[in-house]
Ligand binder design. Structure first.
Ligand SMILES: NC(=O)c1ccc[n+]([C@@H]2O[C@H](COP(=O)([O-])OP(=O)(O)OC[C@H]3O[C@@H](n4cnc5c(N)ncnc54)[C@H](O)[C@@H]3O)[C@@H](O)[C@H]2O)c1
Length: 691
């Protein structure tokens, strides 16, 4: 017997224990001894029943995803399940922690499932662009019905043990010693006697399925899938479970799984899964962290309020500072309103709302920040104001407190220099709305101490953020690349494209919205103010702003919005304005295709990413992908801009950038040397991006 699987006899029941830390993944070195152990136990008269359990903190939490895309070493999970289904004596899965993916499929191969009350059960494969490929789509519906199974498989969200019991997935839920109770349960089942019907043969639940209602549910899911294949394929597999005999549906599931696993989308989603874990690996991550028990936030505007909520949601007390009682009251009222909306939507209990509101302390006096372990400023984007704030913080913050700026663009080294403790200063660039958006760019300034970086990276995880460490430059990774993406927007319009046409190219690509819709949502006045501060102009956007068209908040921007609706309506006056400006500049309109729009927006995005890598502003290409998927809505099925560059063909990107560089002479099109090397080597690491 290997160390990964052991067998013990407890009161005549064979307890098979899987021990493969940290999450008991079904790696080859588990599957092989598990299959051998079960094969030996099947006809062993000394065992009247079998319990499959796990050591450590959880039941099997999934397949070993490092094995995906590689030749599978036998036995596969499916063979283990087939073997289990031939058992003449009862088999029981004893579930604690989480039974996820292949783990739940293994449990579905047993006659019975018993669970600890705190356990969670689910099939999250869809989140990796896959479907449960070990019979999950065919067996789960037989226990919980097609509609429930579809919901679970397409959302990928696990359910509680209690819900599993109510749905028919778990046969018993236990408090206390799970193993002892699982053994007792197994003995009772053995005493009761067979025949023990495997899940594959339990057809009653499916027989009454309303196929029309199922199809309607699947169509609704398809509408929300926004170009992702996996949710639709999951629905197809569950439908097969209803309409085809078990073995045919199982074979079809296999084919659908193979199609997904070799497709670009799943590769992209698996790339992102690893990329997020990789992003957490920073130099100094094992250093002793500083304690963060209370957070101070300066500025209770759009960002400050959201940042304060993000910490309160993570259970941390927050002191919120404003310049006046009036501004403070407004900020706190917005926070209270946001929580009340969550309660009315059912996403928060009233008790949790009260508890979170209880974590806020408002102040207009800097001295009240003296007991904070971390202080984040979210005041106006103005270097003089920021330096003044940091000067004051330097005077009152306790020694060892971490001082952070939420600046979008400004030089964090210069901000740090306005204190006597630049080692304690860094950027924490949240995204709006900060209590919702997952991304946090952690900006490492020149003098930021390694343990400060490590502390904030840990803290980000504590409040549920996906953190990426970036270096100092104008706009860091995200906003700097966003500028490159949008640099040609006005030129495209002047040359003949309409805002809705550009936006449609983006949504067809898989973005939640295009750049003009995004501008209207964020407010066109923000860019206008930035341009004026930097002495820049944008011929059409400036004119719109001069006319008071700031986007959704004024009901007009690139689009029209009627009666407070967020639905953009193409605005013929804006289109006439564009044509008039083009005529003034002597630009004749021409037809512009989707390919050209992508070449002039997304190719510069990739190119800027390559420059960022070369400068060491991002440590890895995959960090850039994490930023773009979590902060800007880059479609997950394409894996982020740097991964997508490989799918698109870096050679093509270089060639088309050269073409546009020749046409326009604009620097954003000049291919970065790292991008050229990527085109030659196919690897960002080899291209010289990784340090
Ligand atoms: N809005 C966004 O989408 C976004 C996203 C990321 C980062 N940021 C950055 O966050 C910062 C704040 O932006 P915002 O959109 O929340 O602005 P905002 O205008 O909504 O809020 C700024 C708040 O700071 C307060 N304030 C100004 N000076 C202060 C001082 N000296 N002491 C205390 N409070 C002061 C103001 O009263 C105001 O309530 C900026 O640096 C901005 O670049 C904004």
């Amino acid at each position: 017997m290997s160390s990964s699987v052991s067998v013990a006899n407890e009161n005549g029941v064979a307890v098979v224990t899987i021990d493969n830390p940290p999450v008991n993944a079904l790696s080859f070195h588990v599957r092989k001894p598990l299959h051998e152990a079960l094969a030996a136990l099947r006809d062993d008269p000394a065992a009247s029943a079998i319990v499959i359990a796990c050591a450590g903190r959880t039941f099997v939490a999934g397949a070993d995803i490092t094995e995906f895309g590689k030749p599978v070493e036998q036995p596969e999970l499916r063979a283990i399940i087939v073997l289990l289904e031939t058992f003449p004596k009862p088999t029981v899965a004893a579930i604690h922690g989480t039974a996820l993916g292949g783990g739940l499929e293994l449990a579905l191969g047993c006659h019975f499932r018993v669970a600890d009350r705190s356990a969670r059960l689910g099939l999250p494969e869809v989140k990796l662009g896959l479907l449960p490929g070990g019979g999950g789509t065919v067996r789960l519906p037989r226990l919980v019905g097609a509609a429930k199974a579809l919901g679970m498989i397409v959302s990928g969200t696990p359910i509680s043990a209690g819900e599993a019991k109510a749905a028919g997935l778990a046969d018993a839920v236990f408090d206390g010693d799970l193993l002892a109770q699982a053994v007792r349960f197994a003995n009772e089942m053995a005493d009761r006697g067979g025949p023990f019907v495997p899940v594959r043969d339990r057809n009653d639940r499916l027989a009454g399925t309303d196929l029309a209602a199922f199809d309607a549910q699947a169509a609704e899911l398809a509408r929300k899938a926004r170009g992702l294949e996996a949710p639709l394929t999951c629905a197809e597999a569950v439908r097969n479970a209803i309409t085809l005999p078990f073995d045919e549906a199982l074979a079809a599931e296999r084919q659908l799984f193979l199609k997904l696993v070799s497709g670009d989308q799943s590769q992209a989603q698996r790339h992102l899964f690893f990329a997020e874990r990789e992003a957490a690996k920073i130099p100094g991550k094992d250093l002793q962290k500083r304690r963060i028990d209370r957070v101070g936030v300066i500025g209770a505007g759009t960002m400050g309020g959201g940042i304060a909520m993000a910490f309160a949601n993570g259970g941390l007390p927050v002191t919120l500072l404003e310049t006046s009682e009036e501004a403070l009251r407004r900020g706190l009222a917005t926070i209270e309103k946001n929580y009340t909306v969550s309660v009315s939507r059912g996403s928060l209990t009233d008790e949790a709302r009260q508890q979170r509101l209880g974590l806020f302390k408002g102040s207009t006096d800097y001295a009240d920040l003296a007991d904070c372990d971390l202080i984040i400023e979210a005041v106006f984007e103005d270097m003089a104001v920021k330096r003044e704030v940091f000067g004051k913080l330097d005077a009152i913050a306790r020694p060892g407190a971490i001082l952070a700026t939420n600046t979008s663009y400004l030089d964090v080294d210069a901000i740090a220099a306005s204190t006597s403790r630049p080692g304690d200063v860094l950027g924490m660039h949240f995204f709006s709305p900060a209590n919702v958006m997952k991304l946090l760019e952690i900006v490492r300034a020149e003098k930021t101490a390694p343990e400060v970086l490590a502390t904030i990276t840990d803290l980000a995880r504590r409040i549920g953020k996906v953190a990426v460490v970036v270096g100092v430059c104008h706009g860091f990774v995200g906003n700097r690349m966003l500028s490159a993406r949008g640099a040609e927007n006005e030129a495209l319009l002047l040359e003949g494209a309409a805002p809705c046409q550009v936006d449609k190219t983006f949504t067809d690509f898989g973005w939640p919205m295009g750049p003009f819709q995004m501008g209207d949502l964020a407010g066109l006045d923000i860019g206008w103010r930035n341009r004026r501060a930097r002495g820049q102009t944008a011929v059409i956007a400036d004119t719109l702003c001069e006319q008071g068209h700031f986007g959704q908040k004024t009901g007009r921007g690139w689009y029209r919005y009627e009666n407070g609706s967020r639905e953009p309506i193409a605005d013929s006056e804006v289109e006439a304005l564009i044509r008039a400006k083009a005529a003034e500049l002597g630009i004749a309109p021409r037809a512009i295709g989707a390919d050209e729009i992508i070449e002039r927006t997304l190719y510069p995005l990739v190119n800027e990413g390559a420059k960022i890598l070369a400068e060491g502003i991002a440590a890895r290409a995959s960090d850039i992908d994490v930023v773009w998927v979590n902060g800007y809505g880059f479609p997950i099925g394409k894996g982020g801009p740097m991964f997508w560059a490989g799918l698109e063909g870096a050679g093509t990107i270089v060639e088309r950038l050269e073409y546009w560089h020749g046409q326009t002479g604009r620097a954003i099109f000049e291919p970065a040397p790292v991008l050229r090397r990527f085109a030659e080597t196919g690897s960002w690491d080899e291209a010289g991006g990784a340090r």
